[in-house]
Design a protein around this ligand. Structure first.
Ligand code: CP
Length: 324
């Protein structure tokens, strides 16, 4: 097993990971170091969770999260039971709490992708094992950890890095990226049209964290203003999985919030583009940017695997140590 640079203080490891702010900013570098080590040596932890098992409940489609979780579990020596809500009694009237209680007696962690964030909160409240949010309408912590790892690999230390988020400032991706920037001492500018600006609660929480980390966040409407100092420019899908009923309105509202070469011409020359994928090519991001040499989207996607591995290992190991 590889040595990792920053040890993760066990007392700071949360019982559950539902949002990025569940992670004490102090353990974030250690978690990223562990993910980096697992990326370098994928099988270095091959037997570390032998005998354990995770459940992965998906109420929405997924490519990256679903597959990376299953492979991450395998690399830690444990099976992943991947099921849709409809395959469980959960989809046929059994409550979230009863499901959590029963699954806790078989599994060592439950990951769940759902709609309302309150569902993962309810699952966590009734679960005796770690519950990890694999995306809710409000938060996507796995994505942000992979984003931070990609940025750190490209730029080095995250502290002081500048980024812009272009599009829906209330999206789960934006909420989690903002919290991740806050914990890392980054400076984030969010450009959104009126009606799409980041919720006050998420913003205030990030600003509290930034008061300690030295990061900053600013909200604006003009994408050109947001990118003018940004080393990384995050493009966000216009119509996410829970928003299909608003597709026409959202495409109109967000039409100016495309990350293309014209927008990036306003950014510093070394700026990179970010995207959590799946992308709608030539809608929120153009193919020339997505496939270009300054796009980290493919690194973000690849990093979903080692960051999932690090999160599972950290939370499950901590819970095992607390219950001996
Ligand atoms: N970025 C992301 O979560 O991808 P999937 O929806 O494919 O899991």
């Amino acid at each position: 097993m590889s040595a990792v640079k920053s040890p993760i203080l066990e007392s700071k490891i949360p019982d559950h990971l539902l949002r990025v702010s569940d992670l004490d900013p102090g353990i974030l570098p250690g978690l990223l170091d562990l993910a980096q080590a697992m990326k370098r040596e994928p099988l270095g932890w091959a037997d570390s969770l032998r005998g354990a098992a995770i459940g992965c409940i998906f109420e929405k489609p997924s490519t990256r999260t679903r597959v990376s979780l299953a492979v991450a579990a395998g690399r830690l020596g444990m099976p992943a039971v991947v099921v849709s809500r409809d395959e469980l009694q959960l989809g046929h009237g059994e409550t979230v709490a009863d499901t959590a209680r029963v699954l806790s007696s078989y599994l060592d962690a439950i990951t769940m992708r759902t709609f309302e964030h309150e569902v993962v909160e309810e699952m966590a409240q009734a679960s005796a094992v770690p519950v990890i949010n694999a995306l809710s309408n409000s938060h996507h912590p796995f994505q942000s950890l992979a984003d931070l790892l990609a940025l750190r690999e490209h730029f080095g230390p995250l502290d002081g890095l500048t980024a812009a988020f272009i599009g829906d400032g209330r999206s789960n991706t934006c909420n989690s990226f903002l919290s991740a920037c806050a914990a890392s001492g980054m400076h984030l500018a969010i450009a959104s049209p009126p009606g799409y600006q980041t919720d006050t609660e998420v913003l205030n929480e990030a600003r509290e964290t930034m008061a300690q980390s030295g990061g900053t966040v600013s909200l604006m409407t003009e994408p050109e203003e947001a990118v003018c100092n940004a080393q990384a420019v995050y493009a966000e899908v216009w119509v996410s999985m829970d928003k299909h009923h608003e597709a026409g309105e959202r495409k109109t509202d967000l039409a100016r919030y495309r990350v293309d070469e014209q927008l990036l011409a306003h950014a510093p020359r070394d700026a990179v583009a970010l995207h959590c994928l799946p992308a709608v090519r030539d809608q929120e991001i153009t193919s020339d940017v997505l496939d270009g040499p300054h796009c980290l989207a493919w690194h973000q996607a690849a990093n979903r695997l080692p960051t999932a591995q690090a999160v599972l290992h950290t939370l499950i190991t901590a819970r095992q140590q607390r219950t001996v």
